[in-house]
Design a protein around this ligand. Structure first.
Ligand SMILES: Nc1ncnc2c1ncn2[C@@H]1O[C@H](COP(=O)(O)OP(=O)(O)OP(=O)(O)O)[C@@H](O)[C@H]1O
Length: 233
């Protein structure tokens, strides 16, 4: 469904992505894991067309994304840090997105569960970090996309909100969507993800199913399995 083929991206002398090839399919919930600066966000951004690779290419349902930007309507993206016009209210940001997307189907589960209607009049610049995250999460799920790309989705959320978001991810996973998540909190990904993509210094170290990772490391818990991988890589 979403495939990166031999993708390389450099920033000056730094190789943020070094010949990365990866295939992500419908029905998979994939954790993108790796140390800080290993290229996870850059890989996500190339998949979204926000960063153009120096070489290699990305396809979405067999179409090179360079020539078919419409694919973006099928992806809900929650960035690590959501940036919004400072003087707009939550309601105005939501309305603006609805206007742009003109979608008939809206999924307002998170909007309601995060109680955003009660905060709708608040200006974006006045929001706490967690509330801003709630807006980003609500927007990622709002248009019922086939693919969800979530960059550190629970960072800054309180435990209750974090649980609400996790339950929503599980519900979308059960509908057979492709979900790609980066997180440093591995315990949160346990019981949620079906695959692991492990990156280091811009290189894809491996892409394995959880069952395979457990077998290779002899560890059942994701935290312990990845700790084992980090020690041996
Ligand atoms: N626009 C940019 N200009 C210059 N360097 C960049 C740019 N974007 C990313 N980088 C560099 O590319 C490398 C990979 O960054 P990236 O954000 O993809 O890492 P990450 O794995 O997502 O890290 P983290 O876990 O800290 O979020 C880093 O060294 C970063 O400084």
């Amino acid at each position: 469904m979403l495939i990166a083929s031999n993708v390389t991206k450099t920033f000056g002398k730094l190789k943020a992505l070094d010949n990365v090839s990866v295939t992500c399919n419908k029905g998979q919930t994939i954790a993108l894991i790796g140390p800080n600066g290993s290229g996870k966000t850059t890989l996500i951004k190339t998949m979204l067309g926000m960063v153009v690779p120096d070489s290699g290419f990305i396809t979405f349902d067999q179409h090179n994304i360079l020539h078919s930007w419409h694919y973006r309507e099928r992806i809900g993206y929650m960035p690590q840090i959501g940036r919004y016009p400072d003087n707009m209210t939550i309601a105005q940001v939501m309305d603006m997105m609805k206007d742009i997307r003109k979608s008939d189907v809206l999924d307002e589960d998170l909007v309601n569960e995060f109680n955003l209607p009660a905060l709708a009049h608040k200006k974006m610049r006045t929001l706490s970090g967690g509330t801003r995250q709630k807006v980003s999460a609500s927007l990622a799920f709002l248009f019922n996309p086939d693919v969800l790309i979530l960059d550190e989705p629970t960072a800054g959320l309180d435990p209750l909100s974090s649980e609400i978001l996790k339950q929503k991810i599980v519900a979308e996973k059960e509908k057979g969507k492709l979900i790609l998540i980066t997180s440093h909190i591995l315990s949160e990904l346990d019981d949620l993800v079906t695959e692991i993509i492990y990156m280091q210094e811009g290189k894809l170290q491996f892409h394995k199913s959880i069952a395979q990772l457990q077998e290779d490391t002899g560890q059942v818990k994701l935290t312990q399995a990845i700790a084992h991988v980090m020690k041996t890589h």
